[in-house]
Design a protein around this ligand. Structure first.
Ligand code: IPM
Ligand code: MG
Length: 357
């Protein structure tokens, strides 16, 4: 089969890790007889430098006419002092909105080979964990009304959390469908003891759950969820939550896997076209040094094969190769910790994955 993939390499380590994932896709293409055509587009800081805005129209059009999109990361100190609406990060929100990608799947699982990289005590993760965070991605406070106004203490800035029944219903449905293919357990995370939007969230989630009698849906307050993730991560199967809570909790969950350099993500809407990206950022401190862990991006490419192209065997082959690499003790710098293992570079790690496909 033939697929057209838009590449948004972005800033910092973005180009290095996207190149790694591209070489993995090319290897899959050779091995399984597919053709992947890659077209690069600008996004983030590099787009600001080139054309004065973080999300050029050409990029949006290119993504909308592609079969799927692979993204690296955006942002860096160079653009940190720009106003909010032309910051690199705005492009990420913009492309998710333009592609109507309201679902963000962020799997966090403990690889047995990485158990020693998990910061939790061994008895807490003896059975491992395998969590699918389902984060709502195009609503909530990241997209709500915002601005400046005069308030009781003078100038104030505000952002608003707002969720419609429709937005909650469609993400709750994704969570239940996802749970049906896994452990049939959904934990819905909110702050319903304080927020009105969370009370609506909770009500709608339970209405949706009625259509899935096999799925157990329970609620958890977000502060408790932050604690439960480090107390007993094994209790989570599917965790569904709002945009901001999902952003925060997925970073927390990633650290439990040993490194944020391991976590892939898929952003999906109603169509097969998705956007796939590591959950980590552009890591400007190590950019251009061939040190970044490419695994999160490589696993994001695997998610693209699975969710956008229905290429299950091909996705399995990538995930298996990553397992084998980790089992054989190979590590990038982020995974080495205080041990005296010699870390692999980005290109060495990529080569190690390629060899095992
Ligand atoms: C992420 C990032 C982004 C987000 C930022 C950079 C806009 O933190 O993908 O988790 O909040 O979604
Ligand atoms: Mg984040």
């Amino acid at each position: 089969m033939e697929f057209n993939i838009a590449l948004l390499k972005g800033d910092g380590i973005g180009p290095e890790i996207v190149d790694s994932a591209v070489s993995v896709l090319e290897k899959i293409g050779e091995k399984f007889g597919h053709k992947f055509n890659f077209t690069p587009y600008l996004i983030g800081g590099c787009a600001i430098d080139a054309v004065g805005k973080p999300l050029p129209e050409e990029t949006v059009e290119g993504c909308l006419k592609s079969d799927s999109v692979l993204l690296g990361a955006v942002g860096g100190p160079k653009w940190d002092s720009l106003p909010g609406d032309i910051r690199p990060e705005k492009a990420l929100l913009g492309i998710r909105a333009a592609m109507e990608l309201f679902t963000n799947l962020r799997p966090a699982k403990l690889y047995s080979a990485l158990k020693e990289a998990c910061p939790l005590r061994e008895d807490l993760v003896s059975k491992g964990f395998d969590i699918m965070i389902v984060r709502e991605l195009t609503g909530g406070i990241y997209f709500g009304e915002r601005g400046y106004r005069q308030g009781k203490y003078g100038l104030e800035a505000y952002d608003t959390e707002c969720y419609s029944e429709t937005e909650i219903r469609r993400i709750a449905k994704v969570a239940c469908e996802t749970a049906m293919k896994r452990g049939k357990k959904v934990i819905s995370i909110d702050k319903a003891n304080v927020l009105e939007s969370s009370r609506l969230w909770r009500k709608v989630v339970h209405e949706v759950a009625e259509d899935y009698p096999e799925v157990t849906v329970t609620d958890m307050l977000v502060d408790n969820a932050a604690m439960q993730l480090v107390r007993n991560p094994q209790q989570f199967d599917v965790a569904v939550t709002s945009n901001m809570f999902g952003d925060i909790l997925s970073d927390e969950a990633s650290q439990l896997t040993g490194s944020i350099g391991m976590l892939a993500s898929a952003s999906l809407g109603e169509t097969k076209r998705g956007l796939y990206e590591p959950i980590h950022g552009s890591a400007p401190d190590i950019a251009g040094q061939n040190k970044a862990n490419p695994i999160a991006t490589i696993l994001s490419a695997a998610m693209m094969l699975r969710y956008s192209f229905d290429l299950t065997a091909e996705a399995d082959a990538i995930e298996k190769a990553v397992d084998l690499v980790l089992d054989s003790g190979l590590r990038t710098a982020d995974l080495v910790g205080d041990s005296d293992t010699k870390p692999l570079s980005t290109t060495e790690m990529t080569a190690a994955v390629l060899e095992r496909i």
